[in-house]
Design a protein around this ligand. Structure first.
Ligand SMILES: Nc1ncnc2c1ncn2[C@@H]1O[C@H](COP(=O)(O)OP(=O)(O)O)[C@@H](O)[C@H]1O
Ligand SMILES: [Mg+2]
Length: 393
């Protein structure tokens, strides 16, 4: 672990942040550009929450490109073990070495009086096998231990269990990882940390407090059009503008999965390849599978298309567009026919059962008194962080 410190390249101001992101193909609005600029100045992590496909992951990628930093990504998932996030010992390599060195190891224990003594002698060699050589760094350690400044993307943190969230919390508080067998690894350059969440569950108040928090929603029509244009889809501007309006109309429908920006881009490309010159309900419905991926959604959109293309067209009564196309705001009674999940709403609901978190988890009342940490297995945290330290609240 060397001690070189690279100068951190930052943005001069908000406008500079926006311009540099744009050069890398990312079109940020005022709020986002400001948040990104602040993150680089305050050295605070950014937490982006919002529906799928609004550019959360892409922001981290573009930030890395714009600042010339390497991107290190931790993709979170349910049941993820902290060893997959922090580090693990390369057991296969250790085994290989012990086999190759069998004779040498034999010599070490050759004249041991009994088994106890033999074990003692082997134990003395621990540091050989639990050394840097056999350490497999996973994304978090890799980011902390990097010689050069990095962007650390902790993607879809809402999928991670609370135990891993607690590990992240500690990491973001200290920017160091303690490996009992080796020592503490401290970040030499501050990573720009971007956390994303698709909002399938609420994150802890402690995690939110540590971060600059931003809710990213679908962009307004003008910015979405700008994004489509920037992707050079080949579709004429006037048609792209119409298409954006139609997609926005589709998002208003009660769908299991609302079309994302990338799907609008794909649709524009598809229509351009087909040489479409007018957006009719017919041509849109034959290509609808590009943007709508569930059978039931497909039916709903098909029915609504004539109205979306021509607002004066007649629409069946049961189709309603009522202004919350991204699946937030009020909730609907679950539809019995299938495992409907409007933008993760059902998933969120299922996860947010009472008792899932302790009282202070969301930072609400009842969080007084000695704070109980989210359930972390005894091995977790203690192996990665100094156990004497107070858990951050
Ligand atoms: N502001 C933006 N500027 C440029 N492209 C964008 C923007 N927002 C979204 N996109 C496009 O949408 C796609 C999906 O974004 P992504 O970051 O994967 O979504 P999320 O992580 O929010 O689910 C990206 O590949 C990118 O092409
Ligand atoms: Mg993503």
């Amino acid at each position: 672990m060397s001690t070189t410190t690279e100068p951190i390249q930052g943005f001069t101001d908000v406008e500079d942040a926006r311009a540099q992101l744009a050069t890398c193909g990312y079109l940020a609005d005022d709020r986002l550009a400001t948040t990104v600029f602040l993150q680089t100045r305050l050295e605070k992590p950014v937490l982006l929450e919002g529906p799928a496909g609004v550019g959360k992951t892409q922001l981290a990628e573009s930030l890395a490109a714009a600042t010339g930093r390497r991107l290190i990504r931790l993709q979170c998932y349910e049941g993820q073990d902290e060893t997959k996030a922090l580090y693990e010992w390369d057991y296969g390599k250790q085994l290989l070495y012990t086999q190759i060195l069998r004779e040498k190891i034999g010599q070490v224990v050759e004249d041991a009086a009994d088994l106890n003594e033999a074990v003692e002698r082997i134990a003395k060699q621990d540091s050989v096998f639990f050394s840097q050589r056999f350490l497999a760094a996973r994304p978090l350690l890799e980011a902390i231990d990097s010689d050069t400044p990095v962007v650390l993307l902790i993607d879809e943190v809402d999928r991670a269990d609370e135990a891993l969230e607690a590990v992240l919390l500690e990491l973001l508080a200290e920017f160091q990882i303690s490996i009992p067998e080796i020592g503490t690894v401290t970040a030499r350059t501050m990573p720009y940390v971007v956390l994303t969440s698709n909002n399938t569950r609420d994150l802890s108040a402690a995690l939110k407090r540590r971060c600059l928090h931003l809710f990213l929603d679908y962009p307004d029509a003008a910015r979405e059009l700008e994004i489509i244009r920037s992707k050079e889809t080949g579709l004429a501007d006037s048609l792209a503008a119409r298409l954006v309006d139609i997609v926005r109309g589709i998002r208003e429908l009660e769908l299991r999965k609302a079309p994302s920006i990338s799907e609008t881009v794909d649709w524009a490309r598809t229509l351009a390849v087909l040489g479409v010159e007018e957006l009719t309900a017919d041509v849109l419905s034959t290509t609808l599978n590009v943007v709508v991926k569930y059978e039931r959604d497909l039916k709903r959109v098909m029915e609504a298309l004539p109205r979306l293309v021509d607002p004066n067209a007649e629409v069946p009564d049961h189709l309603h567009g009522h202004g919350h196309g991204h699946g937030h705001g009020h909730s609907h009674a679950p539809v019995a026919e299938d495992r409907d999940d409007v933008d993760g709403r059902a998933e969120r609901k299922a996860k947010d059962q009472p008792g899932r978190h302790n009282a202070g988890y969301y930072g609400g009342a009842g969080g007084t008194g000695p704070r109980t940490a989210p359930a972390v297995s005894t091995s977790q945290g203690s192996r990665a962080f100094p156990s004497a330290r107070k858990r951050p609240v």
